[in-house]
Design a binder for this molecule. Structure first.
Ligand code: SF4
Length: 83
């Protein structure tokens, strides 16, 4: 049986990080998060990601909306590291 087509109305199907390993997207260390942060730079659903994940409203760990979060607080990453 063929797989159903992707649901294009689901913003996650457009995520630039969709093919990255979860350990990168949900990284807590800067170095591990860099591939996801680079993907965010060209992600077409960046604003939606930040809105839905709402990292500041919970204890989120990982990358959302182009930023790295740990326990719902932003972890600063130098721009040169994320490029
Ligand atoms: S903004 Fe970043 S973390 Fe969010 S979906 Fe896009 S690439 Fe993934």
């Amino acid at each position: 049986m063929p797989a159903p087509p992707p649901d294009v109305s689901d913003w996650r199907t457009q995520a630039a990080c969709a093919d990255l390993p979860q350990r990168t997207v949900f990284a807590t260390r800067r170095q591990h998060a860099l591939p996801a942060l680079r993907a965010c730079a060209a992600c077409p659903v960046r604003a939606r990601c930040l809105e839905v994940v709402a990292p500041q409203d919970n204890w989120f760990d990982g990358v959302s909306g182009g930023r790295l979060w740990r326990n719902g607080r932003e972890v600063r990453v130098l721009a040169a590291q994320a490029e």
